[in-house]
Design a protein around this ligand. Sequence first.
Ligand code: TYC
Length: 105
Amino acid sequence: MTNKPGDREDVELAVKTRPKTQRPPMYKVLLLNDDFTPMEFVVHVLERLFNMTHAQAIEIMLMVHRKGVAVVGVFSHEIAETKVAQVMELARRQQHPLQCTMEKE
Ligand code: TYC
C-alpha cells in the first residue's frame, strides 16, 4: 500500500530521512618554534594574519616558544593554505627561519 501525504508513516519518514552530506574537512594551521625568529616578529605575524589581539598573540607566541608548536587557527583547506603561504612569505622577506604548516583536523 502506498502512503499518501498526511498518512502517519509518510510524515515519520519525511522527518527521519536526511541526505548524507559531509562537512568539508578542516585544517589546523601550526606555528613551529625555532631559535632565531624574533619574538616580536612572531607576535606581529599573529596579529596581522590571524587577527589576534596583542595579548593573545603574546600568549600563543610564548606557547610555541615553550612547547615547540601551537595551533594558531582552524580553517578550510584553501584558507589554511593561504595563511601558511602568507606566514612563510613574511618570514622569507625578513629572512627569518619561521616555519608554519597545516594538518587535517
Ligand atoms: N624561540 C624564538 C626566540 O627565542 C621565538 C619564537 C617563538 C620563534 C615562536 C618562533 O614560532 C615561533 N627568539
